[in-house]
Design a protein around this ligand. Structure first.
Ligand code: GDP
Ligand code: IMO
Ligand code: MG
Length: 433
C-alpha cells in the first residue's frame, strides 16, 4: 500500500514541512491529521518561503490536500492561507473533513487566560486555542465543521455552548471578556461561505484513494514528545502527533499504513516550557540558535537548543513504529570542533536507557554523552547545495560517522538527510513511493 506517515520525533519544528514537500512530489494526496494553527511548517522553494499552519505542505507540489477530522480548524487562519496561496497563483485542491472541530475566538481567549492562571507552571502554549478546543471536543460540546453548514444545528449548538463559556470567563476567571452569540454566529456564517465548497467526508475519500492505490502522505504536526499521551505531560499539546494519530485523525485503520518516517533535527530544540535534558544554556546553544534560525514559525519565540538525544530517538522509534529517519539541519552543526550525542540518562547514580514517565525524574536526569568529531563549516549555503548533489559517500567523513551512530542507536536506517532549508539541499537515500 503506498501510504506513509511523516511525524516529528522530538518537540516539533524539525523540518516536517520541508520533508513532506520533498516526498510529496511523488504522492497524489497529502493529509494533515491532528493539531491546528499551533503548527508552523516552513517550505522553501527557490526564492519563495511558504509557512503553513493548517494546509498540508503538499499543496505547493499541486497535490490534493486534506484536512482530516483530527485537526482543530481555525477558520480565519485557514481562509487566510487559502487566499495567500491563491494570490501566489497556487491551485488549492482542498478537502476539509466535515467531522473536524472548529476553534472559536473564545477558545483563544481561554487559552491565554488559562495560561495566565497557571502562573509559574504555564505550558507556554501558542495561545491559538488548541487546548480549549480539544477540551470541548472531548467534553462533547465542540462545534464541528458539519454543524456550521446547517442553520438550525448551528443555532442550537451555540445556544448551548455560549452561556457556559460566558460563565466560565466571568465567574471562574473574573474576566471582562464577553462572548456574544451574535458575534460568534456572524463569524461562523462569514467563514461558512468561504469554506463550504471544500467540505466533505475525508475518511471516505482517503479510503477510496487507498483502494485505487493512490499514493498518500500523512503529515504530522508537533512531535512525539509533545504528544498528549506519550510526551512530557503536562508540557505537551492536546492532540496525538504520534503515527497512531494518523489513523484516528484521518479516519483509517492501522492496517492501511505502510511506512512511518520520523523527522529529527541533528540536534534538538524545544519552544515553550518543560524539561529538555540535553539543553545547552551556553554559547554553543546560542550558536546553534543563531545559525539554525531557531525562532518559532508561529510565535517568533526563541527555541531552546541542545545536543541530539538518543534516548528520545529510541523512544520515538518505539511509540511510532518508525521504519526510517529523516535527519535535518545537519549544516547548522557544521564548524563545531566536537559534537555530542546523548546515549542514556543518569539518575541517582543509575543509568536509564528508557525515557521516564515522571517529570520529576526527567528533570533530574543527566545526559550521558558520547563525543564525536565535528565536520567542516560550509559558510555558503551554495556549498551545502553542491554537497547535496553529490552522493552520500561524498559527505564529510565525520558527518557520516555521526549519522551512522544515530542509525545504530535507532536500530533503523536513515531515509533522508537535509543540509539546508531548500528542496535541493536534500540527500534522499530511500524513496517511499
Ligand atoms: P516543522 O514545524 O517541523 O515543519 O519545522 P519548522 O518549519 O517550524 O522549522 C524548521 C525550520 O528549519 C524552517 O525554517 C525550515 O526552513 C528550516 N530547515 C528545514 N530543514 C533545514 C536544514 O536542513 N537546514 C537548515 N539550515 N534549515 C532547515
Ligand atoms: P510544528 O508542527 C513546536 C508547543 C508549544 C507549547 C506546547 C503546547 O510547527 O512542529 P499548544 O499551543 O499546542 O497548546 O502548546 O506545544 N507547540 C509546538 N512546538 N512546534 C509546534 O508545531 C508546536 N505546536 C505546539 O510551544 O510548548
Ligand atoms: Mg514548526
Amino acid at each position: 500500500m503506498p501510504t506513509a506517515v511523516i511525524v516529528g520525533g522530538q518537540f516539533g519544528d524539525c523540518g516536517k514541512g520541508k520533508i513532506v514537500d520533498y516526498y510529496a512530489k511523488d504522492a497524489d494526496i497529502v493529509v494533515r491529521f491532528q493539531g491546528g494553527s499551533n503548527a508552523g511548517h516552513t517550505v522553501v522553494v527557490g526564492d519563495e518561503t511558504f509557512k503553513f499552519h493548517l494546509i498540508p505542505s503538499g499543496v505547493i507540489q499541486n497535490k490534493r490536500v486534506i484536512i482530516g477530522n483530527g485537526v482543530v480548524v481555525d477558520l480565519e487562519v485557514l481562509n487566510k492561507e487559502i487566499e495567500t496561496l491563491k494570490s501566489k497563483g497556487k491551485n488549492v485542491d482542498l478537502l476539509i473533513s466535515d467531522r473536524a472541530n472548529i476553534v472559536l475566538p473564545f477558545h483563544k481567549t481561554l487559552d491565554g487566560i488559562e495560561e495566565t492562571f497557571r502562573g509559574k507552571s504555564e505550558v507556554g502554549t501558542t495561545r491559538r486555542g488548541i487546548g480549549p478546543t480539544y477540551t470541548d471536543k472531548v467534553a462533547r460540546s465542540g462545534l464541528r465543521v458539519i454543524d456550521i453548514l446547517d442553520d438550525d444545528v448551528l443555532n442550537q449548538k451555540l445556544d448551548e455552548l455560549i452561556p457556559i463559556k460566558q460563565r466560565i470567563l466571568r465567574d471562574v476567571f473574573q474576566s471582562k471578556e464577553t462572548v456574544s452569540k451574535g458575534n460568534i454566529l456572524s463569524y461562523c456564517l462569514k467563514y461558512r461561505e468561504k469554506i463550504k465548497d471544500y467540505v466533505g467526508d475525508a475518511s471516505l475519500e482517503i479510503d477510496q484513494a487507498i483502494k485505487q492505490k493512490k499514493k498518500i502522505l500523512f503529515e504530522g504536526a508537533q512531535g512525539t514528545l509533545l504528544d498528549i499521551d506519550h510526551g512530557t505531560y503536562p508540557y505537551v499539546t492536546s492532540s496525538n502527533p504520534v503515527a497512531g494519530g494518523a489513523c484516528i485523525g484521518a479516519g483509517i485503520g492501522p492496517k492501511k499504513i505502510d511506512t512511518v518516517i520520523g523527522v529529527l533535527k541533528g540536534y534538538i530544540t524545544r519552544v515553550g516550557a518543560g524539561p529538555l535534558p540535553t539543553e545547552l544554556k551556553d554559547h554553543t546553544g546560542d550558536r546553534i540558535r543563531e545559525k539554525g534560525k531557531e525562532f518559532g514559525t508561529t510565535t517568533g519565540r526563541p527555541r531552546r537548543c541542545g545536543w541530539f538525544d538518543g534516548v528520545i530517538l529510541r523512544y520515538a522509534v518505539r511509540v511510532n513504529s518508525l521504519d526510517g529517519l529523516a535527519i535535518t539541519k545537519l549544516d547548522v552543526l557544521g564548524g563545531l570542533e566536537k559534537v555530542k550525542i546523548c546515549t542514556a540518562y543518569k539518575f541517582n547514580g543509575k543509568i536509564l536507557n528508557e525515557f521516564p514517565a515522571s517529570l520529576k525524574v526527567l528533570e533530574r536526569c543527566e545526559p550521558v554523552y558520547e563525543e564525536l568529531d565535528g565536520w567542516p563549516d560550509f559558510t555558503e549555503e551554495e556549498e551545502w547545495k553542491k554537497i547535496a548533489k553529490k552522493r552520500y559517500v561524498d559527505l564529510p567523513k565525520e558527518l557520516k560517522i555521526y549519522l551512522e551512530r544515530i542509525e545504530k542507536i535507532a536500530g533503523i536506517p536513515i531515509y533522508l538527510i537535509s543540509v539546508g532549508p531548500e528542496r535541493e539541499s536534500t540527500i534522499c537515500l530511500k524513496k517511499i513511493f
